[in-house]
Write a protein of this length. Structure first.
Length: 287
C-alpha cells in the first residue's frame, strides 16, 4: 500500500470555558473540521477529561477545587504519540508533555498566564523549555504591532524581560515569523477598547525551517481567536482509504453489551436541562 504525508496542524485556543456538552461539542467539531493534529487549550474550566473518537488522547491540568482556569492538550487519532514524561501545574495554569511521534521526540506545552504578574509567571514557566509552546500570554510580545493602539498597559521593561527569556530559549513566534510587518489580533478588550495579539504559538528556531504556514482564525464560540500553524509532517496515511466496518463484530454478544452500556452512560450523563435534544443526538456521533 502506498503512503503519503498527512497534514500536521497544531493550534492554540483560549476556550473561555467548556463546561456544557454543547460547548464541548462545538470545540471538538471545529478541531475535527479543521483537521487539527494537536490542540493546546486554555481556560477549559473542566474537572473531567475532554476527548472523543477523533481525539482519543488528552492530557489535562485542572484547578483543584473550582471550575476555572485549566489547560489541556488533545491529540488526534491520526497521531501515534508515545508519552515519555509530563509536568502539570497543580493549579491548572500550565501543562508540558514529552513523547515521540514516528520516532521523533516532541515536547508540547500549553499555558494560561494570569491577568497580573504575567512577566514572573511567563519567564518562570517558559524556562522549563518546550519545543512547541501555545498559550494565552495575556501580554503582547511586540506592543507596536500586537496592539491596535501601538502600546500596552504592561511596562516596557516587563515585555523586554519576556522577550529576552524567549530569545535565550531560542523560541520564536510562528505567526510573526511569516508575517513580520502585518497586524492581526486574537482578542478584543472592551474595558481597554483595544485589540491585542496575546495568544501565541512558539517553536524553537531550529524548527522554523519545517514551518509551512501560520494563521489567526476567529472563533464563533470564544472571545479569543485560534492560532494555527502547519509543520512538515511526521504523520503518514494511505493514499487511498478503503476502510469498512466489519459487521461481523456486531454479532459478538460482548461487543453489543459494551455498545449498549456506552450509549446508556452517554445519555445518562449528558441528558440535562441545558442541553438540547439536537445537540445531545449530534454529540453522540463524536463522543
Amino acid at each position: 500500500m502506498a503512503y503519503t504525508t498527512a497534514p500536521f496542524r497544531i493550534t492554540t485556543q483560549n476556550c473561555r470555558g467548556r463546561n456544557s456538552l454543547e460547548k464541548r461539542s462545538h470545540l471538538l467539531r471545529d478541531l475535527k473540521h479543521g483537521r487539527v493534529s494537536v490542540a493546546m487549550l486554555q481556560e477549559t474550566h473542566l474537572k473531567m477529561s475532554l476527548k472523543s473518537r477523533s481525539y482519543p488522547t488528552s492530557f489535562h491540568s485542572t484547578h483543584p477545587t473550582a471550575r476555572k482556569v485549566g489547560v489541556a492538550i488533545l491529540l488526534a487519532n491520526s497521531v501515534q504519540f508515545t508519552l515519555t514524561d509530563q509536568l502539570a501545574d497543580p493549579n491548572g495554569r500550565y501543562l508540558f508533555i514529552k513523547g515521540t511521534i514516528s520516532q521523533k521526540t516532541y515536547t508540547f506545552a500549553t499555558l494560561y498566564a494570569p491577568n497580573a504578574k504575567q512577566t514572573m509567571f511567563l519567564c518562570k514557566t517558559i524556562s522549563k523549555l518546550a519545543l512547541v509552546l501555545g498559550g494565552d500570554f495575556n501580554a503582547p510580545l511586540d506592543p507596536l504591532y500586537d496592539s491596535s493602539v501601538g502600546h500596552s498597559s504592561i511596562l516596557h521593561s516587563a515585555v523586554r524581560t519576556i522577550r529576552k527569556t524567549l530569545r535565550d530559549l531560542r523560541l520564536v513566534d510562528t505567526w510573526r515569523t511569516l508575517h513580520p510587518s502585518d497586524r492581526d489580533y486574537t482578542h478584543y478588550s472592551a474595558i481597554h477598547r483595544r485589540y491585542s495579539h496575546i495568544d501565541y504559538l512558539l517553536i524553537q528556531q531550529e524548527g522554523v525551517q519545517p514551518l509551512q504556514n501560520a494563521e489567526i482564525l476567529p472563533s464563533p464560540w470564544s472571545d479569543h481567536s485560534a492560532v494555527h500553524m502547519l509543520l512538515d509532517s511526521p504523520l503518514y496515511r494511505p493514499t487511498r482509504t478503503t476502510w469498512r466496518l466489519n459487521e461481523s463484530i456486531l454479532s459478538d454478544p460482548d461487543v453489543r453489551t459494551q455498545l449498549r452500556e456506552h450509549l446508556h452512560n452517554y445519555f445518562a450523563e449528558n441528558n440535562t436541562e441545558d442541553t438540547s435534544k439536537m445537540t445531545l443526538w449530534y454529540s453522540r456521533d463524536i463522543s
